[in-house]
Design a protein around this ligand. Structure first.
Ligand code: PLP
Length: 354
């Protein structure tokens, strides 16, 4: 550490991302919830076109992309603001809207508490129930900005739209931020509620089910006054935040939504398949509405299962943390990838290893 860093940031511990291997051919990568598909062919063509103009700045207000997103969501352009990833969108939200502190779950996306530290927001940790579900009553009376992931990560569990609305309507002087990184795989989006509530922000990414993790794209949907605030901060922080290749990819991803729906249907089928196979082997599997599953091997040693798979070149995610140590998180990959994982898992079970 240098002598120059701001004192307040000396203890800052950055996120530990899932490992990105050097040799992609050798490993089966099911550790960071990426899609096994590519974006639609037209999106990739338009992205290549954009490269021929890469000497120019991108459109700082991403007009075409914003229009495509608002049409897709059935909202007005004034309800949408776009970001270089949902991580950037969430960082803006923590930077700009958490003066009274922030209430987050004890088992959720690890970046929330890191942004709270970075932007000096006091954290109130809300313990999930024993079955990892969220009880909206636990937020009653809290004045802090509430941040929840729905579906939650790494559990994959969802909160119903009725419960999200209960959370939002309980106190209209408190902001609720819903991170919908995994929307579209069985969970219901809260976006329609932004027309009714001025204290709701919905944040989404194109990284997971939209198969664009490497492109970095996300957006915030909210009422016009919240979006105007987000735009004010974005314009002061990073006005050209979404590059032109990504803008083209995002726009034409939405214009080829049938392709996306087909990919999603395959992923949902694969998720059900993986869940059933593991249950048949004696695993406990949480009811996921995401593109990953959280599961516990029969001998309840997540670390051992993770390590065995690692030695066989299959990467999954293990969190060596209270309450979830017995589990591993597995991204729903292609059927071929899952078949290898299942075959190996059978072998470990037969050998009495897990
Ligand atoms: C992956 C993920 C993000 C970050 O997505 P990016 O757009 O790739 O930054 C945010 N929230 C949750 C819950 C995630 O799982």
């Amino acid at each position: 550490m240098s002598e120059f860093i701001n004192k307040r940031l000396k203890g800052l511990a950055p996120y530990v991302p899932g490992e990105q291997p050097e040799n992609f051919d050798k490993v089966i990568k099911l550790n960071t919830n990426e899609s096994p598909f590519l974006p639609p062919a037209e999106a990739i063509e338009k992205a290549a076109d954009a490269l021929t103009r890469i000497n120019l700045y991108s459109d700082p207000s991403a007009k075409k992309l914003t229009k495509a997103i608002s049409e897709y969501l059935g909202v007005d352009k004034s309800n949408v603001s776009v970001y270089n990833s949902s991580d950037e969108a969430l960082a803006i939200a923590f930077m700009g809207f958490c003066e009274n502190g922030v209430a987050v779950n004890d088992i959720t996306y690890g970046m929330y508490t890191i942004w709270a530290e970075l932007f000096n927001a006091h954290v109130t940790l809300i313990k999930l129930k024993d079955d990892f579900s969220i009880d909206v009553n636990d937020y009653k009376g809290l004045k802090q900005t509430v941040v929840i992931a729905n579906p939650n990560a790494p559990t994959g569990l969802t909160l119903s739209l009725e419960k999200v609305e209960e959370l939002v309507s309980a106190d209209k002087s408190r902001l609720v931020i819903v991170d919908e990184a995994y929307i579209g795989m069985g969970a219901v989006s809260a976006v329609p509620l932004i027309k009714k509530y001025d204290n709701l922000m919905v944040i989404t990414t194109f990284s997971k089910t939209r198969a664009m993790a490497g492109a970095r794209l996300g957006y915030i949907a909210a009422c016009p006054s919240l979006i105007a605030d987000c735009e004010r901060i974005r314009g002061a922080f990073h006005p050209y935040n979404v590059n032109m290749v990504t803008q083209a990819l995002g726009e034409y991803s939405l214009k080829n939504n049938d392709y996306f729906n087909e990919c999603t249907n395959v992923l949902i089928k694969n998720r059900e398949y993986l869940t059933e196979e593991l249950q048949n082997l004696g695993f406990y599997v949480l009811d996921s509405k995401s593109n990953f599953i959280m599961c516990r091997p029969p001998k309840k040693d997540g670390g051992r299962y993770y390590q065995l798979l690692r030695e066989d070149n299959v990467m999954v995610r293990y969190f060596d943390r209270d309450r979830i140590r017995e589990y591993v998180r597995i991204t729903v990959g292609s059927k071929e990838q899952l078949d290898i994982l299942i075959m190996l898992t059978k072998k470990y079970i037969e050998g009495g290893l897990i």
